[in-house]
Design a protein around this ligand. Structure first.
Ligand SMILES: CCCCCCCCCCCCCC(=O)CC(=O)SCCNC(=O)CCNC(=O)[C@H](O)C(C)(C)COP(=O)(O)OP(=O)(O)OC[C@H]1O[C@@H](n2cnc3c(N)ncnc32)[C@H](O)[C@@H]1OP(=O)(O)O
Ligand SMILES: NC(=O)C1=CN([C@@H]2O[C@H](COP(=O)(O)OP(=O)(O)OC[C@H]3O[C@@H](n4cnc5c(N)ncnc54)[C@H](O)[C@@H]3O)[C@@H](O)[C@H]2O)C=CC1
Length: 719
């Protein structure tokens, strides 16, 4: 709702009230319409200020209403009425003015922002566009290029940038509402003719076509199939080429298409899923709201290779004191340089001083003795990690949390090497650790709720999206990746090429297909894992038995490439070829195609035509099927956890909402039917056998994803 009062004798003060972000729910819109009418009709009121309660102007439309109730006064006429008012209306912007909130402010005649406020039109990130006049007013106010940038990226700008761009008229360090009231008093009675943005001509760049063509090309490329950014460009183009009223019509038309698209649903689901994962729970009943984290002042990292360096940077950037331990002298020297470089570049980007003094280095594990929390990031080798955990348990002060960055190893086993297994959790970062947003916090059977709460809180402090998951091989992300990778190999055996598989996945929306990613991260990584699992044994690779391992279908293709020294980008050859070792541009490799033909001939395989649909169904449905197993096993508490992990850690296209959401959109019955079909065709691939939970969900009428937890709970209670 909105509260009305008259202040300073002649200023009507309207306060939006809808905690936590004063979103423009139907009740708030009703409140605004009523209070604006009142302010305009009261003779003693000469000007109006609109603000939000609790230090936040407005977080935009109420996103939850999009899926349900869209009744109540529409925003567009409401904002027009404000703009048309014959008394000056001033927006007092504290906290955030986002989406519909900024559009409301753009309808006001003046905007005053607090210096710490953030402003933006993030609708594109929700699969929408700013359809309350934002696409038409902003270009008129700040010009086409700047408006295009804000609207197509959805980025939030600081008050200082907003002032520079001309979005706001004044920035204050003082109480914003007081400043706005003072300002409102000073402009009372002045002409408003030049203050109504919708009446401004839109500045028309001379090279309009070239500008829009260039932007559209860039936007399409980075959108990877998302439709909202493209619609945003079209709407701004309408502002630049059509009169305001016609531009508004175009904005509405484009919004209607977006609003009813599956992409908007997916992106809005992601918005809430990202926040839902913070409300974690463990099978023991421990929860986010009853588990108190312990403060971490000093943290340590063991092992300064690829991951340890990024983790040290991420920790130091939070302002913590960090001890970094590396036993190899050469590595230590290189790491020091690399970490300083990363800190300096990061600080430059953020306009702050680099936290170089926050990190101390050592070659001795004793240096971590007084740390509150240690993150181990040494080689993926259980024997080495066992030793490190035994040492940590002996040298660290009582109560130190001991965390491992292992990609897949058993957290319980590592905990068993320590005196206090309740202090052990996994903190699984993603490369590069100071950049990637995802953190899997892995609780073992003995991890205390406090250890989990502390790791989750530390993750949040580092700016990560942290998801608490149970302990199993590969946890959530890597466990689901295994059947996906396996299918990609099988498809090559059956007649596909890396190019075909990658194209299908990239057209689906992944930034890179499975083979290009594999070349980037190094084929030797998976090879080492398969060797550790007793799968990749060279002497078997040439015989008939090469394609059956441990009683099930196996493809040695990746192993054979590694045996030839083809590790991907680092060696200049992998699934593709590169101009040199370390080269980045993948080119099709005739050698690889001949190799695949020879391989098929050797194993009596006849290549058949494989289309993109089969690639997608096989790669994605086995991954999704594993997701259902993870839910059934209680490793993830709900589908949102899995989806957030895939969107933030594995490049799953956000506009498709994550694998489990995608399955719900495709239709669970269809996913089940296709898995059954492929399982019949490939009975030696157990991953294709549909999970019992998927069958249960289909049998219970394929409920919407928000209700899966009920079915899972019922299933668990019956076990
Ligand atoms: C045939 C049909 C044709 C249909 C045509 C339809 C035409 C309709 C025309 C309508 C035009 C409307 C256009 C418009 O106005 C569009 C919008 O405004 S969309 C919304 C844009 N706003 C945003 O994207 C902002 C989202 N929020 C944030 O970024 C952050 O929350 C914020 C920076 C504001 C605060 O961050 P922080 O302090 O970190 O808090 P949280 O993020 O954790 O949020 C706290 C809590 O609040 C919930 N929430 C936040 N914003 C909203 C919101 N806009 N609506 C609803 N709820 C919101 C958030 O989910 C958290 O709650 P949880 O319970 O934890 O999830
Ligand atoms: N590389 C990746 O993309 C990811 C790796 N991980 C995991 O992170 C861990 C580290 O992986 P990377 O950084 O890639 O390995 P890396 O090989 O780049 O670095 C490991 C570092 O640990 C050091 N080290 C070995 N024994 C040590 C000891 N006793 N004390 C101190 N330092 C020691 C090594 O000298 C080396 O510098 C592994 O468990 C890996 O599975 C997790 C996520 C992603």
């Amino acid at each position: 709702m909105a509260q009305y009062s008259c202040v300073s004798g002649s200023v009507g003060l309207i306060t939006l009230k809808n905690p936590p972000v004063n979103a423009l729910s139907a009740a708030v819109r009703h409140g605004i319409v009523d209070t604006v009418k009142r302010a305009l009709s009261e003779p003693k009121v000469k000007s109006v200020v609109i603000c939000g309660q609790n230090g936040i102007f407005c977080g935009g439309a109420d996103i939850r209403e999009f899926a349900s109730d869209m009744s109540g006064p529409p925003l567009v006429p409401m904002i027009h009425a404000i703009e048309a008012a014959n008394k000056p209306v001033v927006a007092a912007i504290e906290g955030s003015a986002l989406g519909g909130g900024l559009e409301l402010a753009l309808g006001c005649h003046y905007r005053i922002a607090h210096s710490k406020a953030k402003l933006g039109l993030p609708e594109v990130t929700l699969g929408l566009l700013p359809a309350a006049g934002g696409t038409q007013r902003l270009p008129r106010l700040i010009g086409v290029p700047a408006a295009l940038n804000l609207i197509t990226t959805g980025r939030h700008v600081t008050a200082a940038e907003a002032l520079q761009l001309g979005v706001v008229d004044q920035v204050t360090d003082q109480n914003t509402v007081d400043a706005a009231v003072k300002f409102a008093l000073s402009v009372a009675g002045q002409s408003l003719d030049a203050r109504r943005i919708s009446t401004y001509p839109c500045p028309r760049p001379s090279d309009l076509d070239a500008l829009f063509d260039g932007v559209m090309q860039k936007v399409r490329q980075s959108a990877r199939g998302a439709i909202a950014p493209v619609a945003c460009v079209q709407a701004v183009r309408a502002a630049a080429t059509l009169p305001y009223t016609q531009g508004m019509e175009r904005e509405k038309e484009l919004m209607a298409t977006l609003f009813t698209s599956g992409q908007a649903r997916a992106l809005q689901y992601c918005f809430f899923a990202q926040r839902a994962v913070g409300r974690w729970s463990m099978p023991s009943g421990a929860r986010w709201d009853t588990s108190k984290p312990r403060p971490v002042h000093k943290a340590a990292v063991i092992g300064l290779g690829t991951m340890g360096r990024g983790i040290a940077v991420a920790l130091a950037q939070t302002g913590l004191s960090v001890v970094a331990v590396e036993t190899q002298e050469k590595q230590l020297m290189e790491a020091k340089q690399a970490v300083s470089g990363m800190l300096e570049r990061g600080a430059k980007r953020r306009g702050v001083a680099p936290a170089l003094d926050g990190i101390s280095y050592s070659g001795n594990i004793q240096a971590v003795a007084d740390a509150d929390l240690v993150i181990e990031a040494v080689f993926e080798d259980m024997t080495l990690k066992e030793k490190i955990f035994q040492q940590l348990s002996a040298v660290c002060k009582p109560g130190t949390f001991l965390c491992t960055n292992t990609s897949a190893l058993d957290v319980d086993h590592l905990a068993s090497q320590t005196r206090n297994p309740e202090l052990v959790v996994g903190m699984h970062f993603f490369a590069p650790a100071h950049v990637m947003k995802l953190l899997e916090v892995v609780y073992g059977t003995r991890s205390s709720p406090q250890a989990v709460a502390t790791a989750m809180q530390l993750g949040k402090k580092m700016g990560k999206v942290s998801v608490a998951v149970g302990n199993c091989r590969g946890f959530v992300g890597n466990r689901m990746l295994k059947p996906y990778l396996e299918q990609a190999f099988f498809l090559l055996e059956e007649g596909a090429t890396p190019e075909l598989v990658d194209r299908a996945l990239e057209e689906f929306g992944f930034a890179m297909g499975v083979f290009r990613v594999s070349d980037l991260s190094g084929l030797d990584v998976g090879w080492k894992v398969r060797k550790g699992d007793g799968l990749a044994e060279p002497e078997m690779a040439t015989g008939q038995s090469a394609r059956i391992r441990q009683g099930r279908r196996y493809s040695p293709l990746g192993d054979l490439l590694c045996e030839q020294g083809r590790y991907g980008q680092k060696t200049g050859q992998g699934w593709y070829q590169y101009d040199k070792p370390g080269g980045r541009v993948a080119r099709s490799d005739p050698w690889l195609h001949s190799f695949l033909e020879e391989y098929r001939a050797r194993h009596g395989l006849v290549a058949r035509r494989i289309d993109q649909q089969e690639v997608l169904e096989r790669c994605l449905y086995v991954l999704i099927n594993e997701g259902f197993h993870i839910l059934e096993d209680g490793i993830a508490a709900g589908p949102e956890d899995i989806d957030v992990i895939y969107v933030f850690g594995y490049g799953w296209p956000r506009h498709r909402g994550g694998p489990m959401f995608y399955a719900s959109m495709v239709g669970l019955a269809k996913v089940l039917e296709r898995l059954e079909h492929y399982h019949q065709a490939h009975p030696d691939v157990p991953y294709m056998q549909p999970c019992n939970l998927l069958r249960r969900l289909v049998a219970s009428g394929s409920p919407p994803i928000q209700r899966w937890r009920e079915v899972i709970k019922k299933l668990h209670s019956q076990l």
